[in-house]
Structure formats: C-alpha cells, structure tokens
Design a protein around this ligand. Sequence first.
Ligand SMILES: C[S@@+](CC[C@H](N)C(=O)[O-])C[C@H]1O[C@@H](n2cnc3c(N)ncnc32)[C@H](O)[C@@H]1O
Length: 406
Amino acid sequence: MLIRDVPDDLVGWIDEERTERRLSQREVVIDAIRKASGKNKKKEILPLQFPSPPPADTYLPPFSFIDLFAGIGGFRSALSKINGRCLFSCEWDVHSQKTYKAWHGEKPVGDIRDVKMSDIPEHDILAAGFPCQPFSIAGVSKRQSLGIAHGFDCATQGNLFFQLATIVAAKRPPVLFLENVKNLKSHDKGRTWEVIQNTLDDLGYWIFPKVIDAAGWVPQHRERVYIVCFDKKKAFPTRPDFMFPERPNIVSPKLKDILEENPDPKYTLTPHLWDYLQRYAEGHRLKGNGFGFGLVDVEGVSRTLSARYYKDGSEILIPQGKNRPPRRLTPKECARLMGFDKKYQENLVVSDTQAYRQFGNAVSPPVVEAVGREISRVIAARLMENDCVLKRTGTEGGRSLLKVGR
Ligand SMILES: C[S@@+](CC[C@H](N)C(=O)[O-])C[C@H]1O[C@@H](n2cnc3c(N)ncnc32)[C@H](O)[C@@H]1O
C-alpha cells in the first residue's frame, strides 16, 4: 500500500506519531496494525533506547561539533537547534564570514590549510560541506598516494578533503557529518568518491552515504549527498543502527508559500534581458539542446538554487503575468527556499550578489536537522549501552558534552 493512498488525516496522525516516538512511517503503520490485530503484543515497537516513548527533546543528547568549510553556517543553524554546541568554525571567504558573524556571533577562522591542529578543540561531530575537487595524484598506487600509510602527509596533496582527513586522523571525532554535490560519486569518473571512501574506510569509520532531495522539506529540488560516518575504532565498535530520515512531507511544500508579497521591482528582469533569454533558449531548442530558463510553476518546487544564480537568475524565474517580464527570487526568498529560519531571513548583511552566492552554496538546514536527529538517536542509543566509551563529561557553558573516553 502506498502512503499516497492513505487519507490526509491519517497521514497527519502518522507524522505526529513519528515525531513523538521517533519512528519511521513504516514502523508506525506496522505498530498500529499489530495493535489492531492483537498480535505480537510483546513486540510492540518502542524506540530502542528507552523503555517508554520519551518527550522528543530528551531524545537529543547535548553534543559538540565543529563547522568546517562553514559558509554561512547551514550546519550550525541546524545542529544548534538539536542541542549541538559549536566549538570551532572555519571559512575563508570574507563575505561568508560577515554573514556568519552576524548570524552566529563568531567570525570563523580563515584558510583551513593554515589551521594548527592544536587550535581545533576535541569535538563529537565534525560537520563539513567540503568543496569537491578532483584528486590529481599520478604515478603512485592509490592507497599510498593518499598518504594514509605516511601519516597524512597531506601538505603535498593540496586537496581540501585531505585537510579534513588530517583533522579526522588527529582528533578522531566519534561522528563525521559531511555534505557534497550529488555528482560526487561520478565526479572525475568515480575516482573522487573512491578516494574519499577508501580514506574514510582506512581512517576506521563506518560510512553511510545517501543522496537526499531537499524537496521533502523545502520547495526546491536540491539533491545532495550526505555522508554520515561513525568511528569504529573507539566509539562505535559495532555498526550502528543508523538510518537516514524519510522525507517528512509526501507532497513537497509549494514555492508560492515562500514568495514575498511585494518584492522590490528591481528583481524584475529588464525587457532586454528577458528577450535575450527567450531568444537564447529558442536557439538551443532548435539545435536540440536542453538549455532553457526556468520559469517556475509556483504551485510546485523550483530547480536547484546554484551559486551562479546572481548572474542572470535564469534557472529560477517567477512568472508575473503576460505583460510583465518574470522576476528573480529576492535574497530573502532564497533564504526561505533553503529553509533558513526567520531570524536569518531578516538579517541579510551582504550585497545581493554575495547573498545569492552564499545561499546557492549552502546546505538546507531542515535536511541537516533531520539527519542530525537520526545521528542523535544513534548517540542516545549508544550512551545507554554498558560498554559505551562515550561519556557525558564537562559542563562548558552549562551544557554537558560527550567525550570519547578522554
Ligand atoms: C560548499 S560551501 C559550504 C557551505 C556551507 N555548508 C553552508 O551551509 O553555508 C564550501 C565552502 O568552503 C569554503 N572554502 C573553500 N576553500 C577553503 C579553505 N581553503 N579554507 C576555508 N574555507 C574554504 C568556501 O569559501 C565555501 O564557502
């Protein structure tokens, strides 16, 4: 049976149960059928780690994290909402630093290649949406070339992923939470992903990758690969029962719900640009190419907001009737399209160009939050186990943090 065949009021109830009991849709439905049939009473599904369903917030153990390649802090805004406390951030772009400071009260440190290991505090989760670069390593065997056997002598590699791997090797955070473009797996003929996977594997982490479309949370088709890893050497000797979240909405939110009522007319395309885009698209169509501007259906979802949106905004254009050229999204609408909360939407401190670039590069916070909750669930379960080396220790800022036997 498909969930779309279930009446809306029941889907609402299932979603409420899911949120409260931290179960998947499937688990809720099976549990309800079990109860109704009177069978398997003993097998009633309750969250694994608690004898009875806890209030949602007790499910979120406090944890610490660091925010690398931080951009404007998409990870930070999401993880802070689920009891995460950021201990360190790194981002070299001055405009992103400006937004980050305005939003999170802290200016990230600059180039990650200049960061000393001793400057990075111990942390529970390393969060990073690292840039996707090809690995240009010639003439040596792959594993050797990774420098793993040589203690991550990454200065010679020059690749930012190796900077990240070096930090992981030195700090051994229990959890890694990484994000990247969907084509990471096919990038450089699959070589980039192979190197990343081998590196994480050699570092001793369980690896869970999944492409998730943010359209389950926001009115934007935005597929990104999320890679969640758990340290198997210490914190998670057995493979944890981690599952990526299911999309909370079967029907995506609608674009019309995030549009401003009276956007500034400066976002309307000039007749000249609109004319040019139409002619350009027509030229491509005649040649059999797919290029086109993206005049969106406001009842649906938009295409992916890219960092290039500031150029002409052609990938997402809002129709304004027959007699008026369409318009671009405003930066505030871009903040909403990504799922940033109101307090961020109302606090835009850089030029439109920079804001478009920053939102186009960012992670979608509601997706990060949903994945983060599943990570929390695994951490909470692990904390309940007797042999757990994860301990709640320290009370920095009045909040306990997790530490791995240290
Ligand atoms: C894909 S974006 C990450 C965006 C971020 N996740 C967010 O939500 O805003 C990658 C970021 O890495 C930053 N970056 C690239 N090279 C860097 C370096 N060497 N040191 C520090 N940051 C760097 C870029 O400026 C960019 O903001």
